[in-house]
Write a protein that binds this ligand. Sequence first.
Ligand SMILES: [Zn+2]
Ligand SMILES: [Zn+2]
Length: 90
Amino acid sequence: MIIRGDFGEPYCSQSCHEKGGKYASAVMLKNQSGVCGICQKPVQASMYGTSNCAIVPYEGVNLFICNSCTVQGKAHLKSYEKCCMCQKTL
Ligand SMILES: [Zn+2]
Ligand SMILES: [Zn+2]
């Protein structure tokens, strides 16, 4: 069974899907900054302020995807064949 998140990222189970959502929200709440995983542009995450990226849990870290890389990010995650949360092969 594969469950996909908002960015098409795959999860092996409902429980991993929920964990992934909580994980991304936690990063947003902390207003973490980082670099886009696709184009390496600096990004700023924010739950209530100005956020210019999305966050997807990926191989145990958070993957930032800037607003300009939404399409590429989704395409990449669609072809990813492991659970984004627990790395189980799907
Ligand atoms: Zn980008
Ligand atoms: Zn999983």
